[in-house]
Design a protein around this ligand. Structure first.
Ligand code: NAD
Length: 347
C-alpha cells in the first residue's frame, strides 16, 4: 500500500531530503498534529522515513488535515488533551510541541485553553521528552516580541508585551513555555530547542481562523469586500508552510538550543497583500477598512541571522508561488458561502 493516499502538497527538495536522512526510522511525536503546521510536519516526517505519533484534542485542528496520512505506514494518531499527562507507547526520539491555538480569533475564543496548553501542555510534553530521552522542540512565536519597538526583531530582543491585554493569553503562555523549556535545558536532563515562528501561511489554513491570508482569499473568491484592518500600512512577513517545516526539522537536529527566529524577512503591508490576492484571484472585490484590533503589532519582521548561521536555513518560496499554492487549495476546499471573520488581525 502506498504511504500517501493523496498527492503530497509540500514540494520535494532532494538536497534537503539528504540532509534530513537523520529522521529515517526515528520516532517523532507531534503535538498539534491535526493543525495547519502540524499536519504538514507529520507529512514531511513520514516522507523522510520517520514513524510519527500525532497527538491532538481537535480544539482548533481537524482530522481532515490528516485524512491522507491516517492509513499511512508509520503513522499513528492519538486523541489526547496534552494539558493532562499523556502516554505514548514505545521509544520516542523527537517531541515536536506545536499544540496551541494560534490565530488571534482562536485564542480569543479559547483563552483559558490557550494559557493551559502553553503552561501544563508544555510541561507534559517536556516530561514526555525527558522520560523518553527524546529531543524536544517548542513551537514558540513572534508574538513573544509583542508590539515590537525594534525592527527587525533579533532573538536578543525581549519584547514589548502587554501582560493583561486580549492577546496576553497567547503571548504570555508562549513566554512561559519558553521559560519552562529553558529550565529543562539548563537542568541538563533534556535537549531542547526553541523556535519562534513568524506568520506562516499555506494550504490547510481554515477560512474562518481570522488570519489575513485565508480571510482575504475567502473574501476575494466570494467577491465580497476585502476587509483590511486599520489603514493597511501595518506589515507582516509571510513564510510559506513548506519553508517553516524545513526550519523545524533543521532546528530539532541543530546544536543550537535557540531561541531562533523562523520566518521570512520580506515585509509586506496588509494593503499590498490584499491587492496582491485580489489581482491573483482576478476578483472584483473592493478593499475596505475595519478598525484595528487591540494591541495589533504595527510591524513584524524577523532577523534570521541566527537561523542562517546555526541551522543553515532560510525560506526559499517566493510569496507569489506560496500564495498560488494556497489559492489553488482554497479554491477546492473553502466553503463557498463561509461567514466572513470579523475583528480580524493581520496575524
Ligand atoms: P492550529 O490551530 O492550526 O494547530 C494547533 C493544533 O493544536 C490544533 O490541531 C489544535 O487542535 C491543537 N491543540 C490545541 N490545544 C491542544 C491541547 N490542549 N491538546 C492537544 N492538542 C491541542 O495552529 P498552527 O497555525 O498550526 O500553529 C501550530 C503551532 O505553531 C502553535 O503552537 C502556534 O503557536 C505556532 N505558531 C504558528 C504560527 C502561524 O503563523 N501559523 C506563527 C507562530 C507560531
Amino acid at each position: 500500500m502506498p504511504r500517501l493516499q493523496a498527492p503530497p502538497i509540500l514540494p520535494r527538495d532532494p538536497a534537503a531530503s539528504a540532509e534530513h536522512g537523520v529522521f529515517a526510522r526515528r520516532i517523532a511525536v507531534v503535538t498539534g498534529a491535526a493543525g495547519f503546521i502540524g499536519s504538514h510536519l507529520c507529512e514531511r516526517l513520514l516522507d523522510l522515513g520517520a514513524e510519527v505519533v500525532g497527538v491532538d484534542n481537535l480544539l482548533t485542528g481537524r482530522l481532515d488535515n490528516l485524512s491522507h496520512l491516517r492509513s499511512a505506514d508509520g503513522f499513528r494518531f492519538q486523541t489526547d488533551d496534552v494539558t493532562s499527562p499523556f502516554q505514548v507507547a514505545g521509544p520516542v526520539d523527537f517531541v515536536f510541541h506545536l499544540a496551541s491555538p494560534a490565530s488571534p480569533l482562536d485564542y480569543a475564543r479559547h483563552p483559558l485553553a490557550t494559557l493551559k496548553v502553553g503552561a501544563m501542555g508544555t510541561l507534559n510534553a517536556l516530561e514526555l521528552a525527558e522520560a523518553k530521552h527524546a529531543r524536544f522542540l517548542l513551537a514558540s512565536t513572534s508574538e513573544v516580541y509583542g508590539d515590537p519597538l525594534v525592527h527587525p526583531q533579533p532573538e536578543q530582543y525581549w519584547g514589548n508585551v502587554n501582560p493583561t491585554g486580549p492577546r496576553s493569553v497567547y503571548d504570555e503562555a508562549k513566554r512561559y513555555a519558553e521559560a519552562l523549556t529553558s529550565c529543562f535545558q539548563r537542568s541538563g536532563g533534556t535537549r531542547t530547542r526553541i523556535v519562534r515562528i513568524f506568520n506562516t501561511y499555506g494550504p490547510r489554513m481554515r477560512a474562518d481562523d481570522g488570519r489575513a491570508v485565508p480571510a482575504f482569499i475567502q473574501q476575494a473568491l466570494a467577491g465580497r469586500p476585502i476587509t483590511v484592518a486599520g489603514d493597511g500600512s501595518q506589515t507582516r512577513s509571510l513564510c510559506f508552510v513548506a519553508d517553516t517545516v524545513e526550519g523545524l526539522l533543521a532546528a530539532v537536529t541543530a546544536d543550537h538550543p535557540g531561541p531562533v527566529n523562523l520566518g521570512n524577512p520580506h515585509e509586506i503591508t496588509m494593503l499590498q497583500l490584499a491587492e496582491e490576492i485580489r489581482t491573483m484571484t482576478g476578483s472584483v472585490s473592493a478593499v475596505t477598512f475595519i478598525p484595528l484590533p487591540a494591541d495589533d503589532p504595527k510591524r513584524r519582521c524577523p532577523d534570521i541571522t541566527a537561523a542562517r548561521a546555526h541551522l543553515g536555513w532560510e525560506p526559499t518560496t517566493p510569496l507569489r508561488d506560496g500564495l498560488r499554492q494556497t489559492l489553488d487549495w482554497a479554491q477546492q476546499h473553502f466553503p463557498r458561502q463561509a461567514t466572513a471573520a470579523t475583528g480580524r488581525s493581520a496575524s
